[in-house]
Design a protein. Structure first.
Length: 339
């Protein structure tokens, strides 16, 4: 597998590279990335053959979109695929009035959730202006899941998105302004519920199909195959532990990993050691073996990090390794594996 390999993106007519470039870190989330470094890593992604770029208004309160658009203007528009998201509007706040759980500088906006028809149309137009582009290829409804909103509010936002936001995206698709529409969230169950209600082309699933989690094989991924719907896989390291291994303080799903998760990862690492396979390489390559998953989009902060991921996707892994994981009960028997 090569990171720059072009793969068909469902029924949309688009092609994406096996590895995409996720720009959440370029929004200065969790720690600051200097402007020069942000431009440099986007250029490096292009030079490495990556042609799918994903962003969202949420990432740095518009900073990620702004930085990505500024850099993409140097490249031919028809040679890359661009996705962003709707569902969060950015409202200006007075200087010094911004409150956020992030601790680095971002533009002075606060986020307002709005999954209505008008809200999604406005979000789309705002993203076009922030990025300085005339079209977006893939548009996702962002985070209509329980992880983001809690059980009761999720029900409200989901219904608004299906009844209002979807109509906005479907109109944009019918007009040819976007080529594919979908939902991006942290729960495959929410993605499946959306697919059973509406005619979506794709989904961005964060962290719910990995070496540690394969419940999406039960119904969601088969339904995607049946309907020729593509999945963008984000969070393939489960927020860290499948890259760092079972070390003290390792993170799983944005929190410190439990003893049970640490123990399971340690067992996977033992099989990796037997076959001299990198845990991170196995994590990146595993998800790409599923026919519904078109691209893997790890968030990338630096050129060094990007080079590591590109190399890991291309590293040979023997078929016997995957067979051993199944024999040990560490991945499901029905999970597709590379090769």
């Amino acid at each position: 597998m090569q990171a720059s390999l072009k793969r068909t993106f469902g029924r949309s007519g688009l092609e994406v590279t096996a590895m995409g470039f996720g720009t959440a870190p370029l929004g200065n989330q969790f720690r600051a990335v200097p402007e020069e470094d942000a431009r440099g890593v986007i250029q490096h992604a292009w030079d490495s053959g990556l042609r799918y770029f994903d962003t969202a208004p949420m990432y740095g309160h518009g900073l990620s979109e702004h930085r990505l658009g500024e850099s993409l203007r140097a490249f031919p528009r028809d040679e890359y695929v661009l996705s962003t998201k709707v569902g969060r509007l950015l409202k200006p706040v007075p200087q010094g009035g911004l409150t956020s759980f992030f601790w680095v500088d971002m533009p002075p906006f606060e986020v307002v959730h709005d999954y209505s028809y008008d809200g999604c149309m406005r979000s789309f137009e705002d993203s076009l202006q922030r990025m300085g582009v005339s079209r977006i290829d893939i548009l996702f409804i962002h985070d209509i899941d329980t992880f983001t909103h809690g059980t009761e509010l999720q029900k409200v936002h989901f219904r608004t998105a299906m009844d209002g936001g979807y109509k906005a995206l479907e109109k944009l698709r019918s007009e040819g302004v976007v080529k594919a529409i979908g939902v991006g969230c942290n729960e495959w169950q929410v993605c499946e519920a959306a697919l059973r209600e509406r005619d979506f082309d794709c989904f961005l699933l964060a962290g719910r199909y990995t070496l540690l989690e394969q419940d999406a094989l039960d119904t969601f991924l088969p339904l995607c195959e049946e309907r020729n719907v593509s999945v963008v896989l984000g969070g393939g390291f489960n927020s860290g532990i499948l890259a760092t291994g079972a070390v003290k303080g390792a993170h799983y799903n944005y929190s410190e990993a439990s003893p049970e998760i640490l123990a399971r990862v340690a067992r996977i690492e033992a099989v990796c050691a037997t076959f001299e396979v990198s845990l991170a390489a196995a994590a990146l390559q595993f998800v790409l073996a599923h026919p519904a998953i078109a691209t893997n989009v790890p968030g990338t902060r630096s050129q060094k990090h990007l080079d590591q991921n590109v190399a890991l996707i291309g590293r040979p892994i023997p078929a016997e390794f995957w067979a051993a994981l199944k024999k040990e009960g560490l991945i499901r028997d029905d999970a597709p594996t590379p090769g």
